[in-house]
Design a protein around this ligand. Structure first.
Ligand code: ZN
Length: 47
């Protein structure tokens, strides 16, 4: 499955992505750095 990193906009395969859950939804990130940025301010990036 192709997924989109909401922080930097990079598309990748979900098996390579770093995952985080927020409000019951799973988000995917290219790296732990993007995940941390998301978790600091998830409202900015949630869909
Ligand atoms: Zn990223």
């Amino acid at each position: 499955m192709r997924v989109l990193d909401p922080v930097c906009g990079i598309e990748m395969d979900d098996d390579l992505a770093v995952k985080a859950e927020y409000e019951g939804k799973v988000y995917y990130f290219c790296c732990d750095g993007c995940r941390k940025i998301f978790l600091k301010n998830p409202k900015k990036y949630r869909k």
